[in-house]
Design a protein around this ligand. Structure first.
Ligand code: SF4
Ligand code: SF4
Length: 299
């Protein structure tokens, strides 16, 4: 096993300021509603961080089992902020899995944050500038301002680039996790567990184990609103029903779903932004710049 004494210095860039405050008492593991006999965190994991056990950290799934409910933060006698430490590790691991190196730049460089948002902004403006039809100011004229035959191919290009990057990262995450655990999982187990995946994706049931049930509700609203919006965009690409001057009536099922997605996402992101400004709840006390970026883009 290799120790990296510089690891905590590296982790500070991702928000982990209090790694050495922890004296391993185990209060956080005792209070964490998601920690089990098989998967004990965050205490054990914080020990890995202190020792700089990089290989263990890279191959562990424990950081991804934490929902950041913040309950452990309230019981830590050393203010080591275990929930935030787990969050910082997730940021770090994202950069490990990302083969493009973009995540690392976005997490650690302010210049790159502004640069990437700027590129996206100006690329969108350029597409509108080059391809728009006649400008009409008297009424809404979606078909010329943002023609579907331009918006959708541009969406395909953005979507394809993102999908290639993300699927590659998922594969690398899988390789890292399987490399250390030295086990072969037969295909039949993946098929059997499909139901578990669907159940947890649609219900986010594990977060309900935490004491603060409103956290689950806000999280579920955000997740379901985003998923509904994602599905509707795919349907729109095939049917071209929204970027038209004659949108469907309010009672149309797709329109109702869009309304739900809009309200759910606006509510959940607004509450999270206010929470992060107030910093009263443990889950909102520490905000990395990318947390703000994510919330603002989503809002
Ligand atoms: S993070 Fe706090 S509660 Fe958890 S083991 Fe360390 S000192 Fe104890
Ligand atoms: S933030 Fe919540 S889920 Fe994560 S380790 Fe702490 S108590 Fe457990």
């Amino acid at each position: 096993m290799r120790l990296n004494v510089e690891f905590t210095t590296k982790l500070k860039k991702f928000g982990a300021e209090s790694t050495y405050e922890c004296f391993n008492c185990g209060n956080c593991t005792a209070i964490c509603p998601l920690s089990t006999n098989d998967e004990q965190f965050p205490r054990k994991f914080i020990r890995y961080l202190q020792l700089g056990l990089e290989d263990k950290i890279k191959s562990s799934i424990e950081p991804w089992l934490c929902y950041y409910c913040g309950e452990c933060q309230q019981t830590c006698p050393r203010q080591a902020n275990p929930g935030e430490l787990m969050m910082s590790v997730r940021r770090y691991l994202t950069t490990v899995y990302d083969w493009t190196g973009l995540s690392k730049r976005l997490y650690t460089s302010t210049a790159w944050k502004f640069f990437s948002v700027g590129i996206l902004f100006f690329a969108t403006l350029l597409i509108i500038y080059v391809y728009h039809g006649p400008i009409v100011t008297e009424h809404t004229e979606l078909e010329t301002f943002a023609p579907a035959e331009i918006v959708h191919p541009a969406g395909y290009v953005f979507g394809t680039v993102l999908a290639v990057i993300l699927l590659g990262n998922v594969y690398r995450m899988y390789r890292y996790i399987m490399s250390d655990n030295n086990i072969k999982i037969p295909l039949s187990i993946y098929i059997q567990e499909l139901w578990t995946l669907i159940k947890h994706f649609t219900t986010q049931a594990r977060l309900r184990l935490c004491e603060n049930k409103s956290l689950w509700l806000k999280h579920w609203l955000l997740m379901s609103g985003y998923t509904a919006a994602f599905i509707l965009v795919q349907v729109d690409i095939l049917t071209f029903w929204s970027l038209t001057n004659n949108p469907p009536p309010a009672w149309h099922p797709a329109k109702l779903l869009w309304t739900y997605a809009t309200i759910a996402m606006l509510y959940a992101t607004t509450v999270a932004i206010i929470g992060r400004l107030k910093k009263e709840e443990p889950v909102h006390q520490y905000s990395h710049s990318t947390d703000w970026m994510f919330l603002i883009l989503l809002w």
